[in-house]
Design a protein around this ligand. Sequence first.
Ligand SMILES: [Zn+2]
Length: 174
Amino acid sequence: MLRSRFCPLCAAPLEKRVPELDDRVRHVCSACGFVLYMNPKIAAGTVPVGDDGRIALIRRGIEPGAGKWSWPCGYVEMDEDVPACAVRETREECGLRTALGPLLGLYSYAASTAEGAISGTGMVIVCYLARVTGGVLTAGDDAVEAMWVAPADLPWDDLAFDSSHRGLRAFLDR
Ligand SMILES: [Zn+2]
């Protein structure tokens, strides 16, 4: 996205300049004047906890973080809010229905150091505590494995992201 070259509205070349009433260099369309504002992407997920106190984790099947463990999380769609995304991603990635609990944390990464910097974008990651209410733990399309794990057995040395650590740490600190 940082390397966008053409206007998404009219396909004319973008140029880098400071638009009127702005103070930063932006990608501005040379023909129609459209300004391509680039902002962080937002993802949401949960630390899903079962009745027995164990946590559901998934082992990621795709980059970034392929082969490593994380709590289920994914990008917020335009037509849903953040809590709905957290519930949906949990269902899609590990097959569990959940009732959202309190926010465990919000983890923000600037583009230069962002997790998943493949697209060169900043990231905001929202993590909820969630109570598992149904479903069967199964690895979704993006995962190669899913497991129930007791808090004492969390795979700290094999977690995918900084946010994976921080969400689980926030859960344990409660
Ligand atoms: Zn244009």
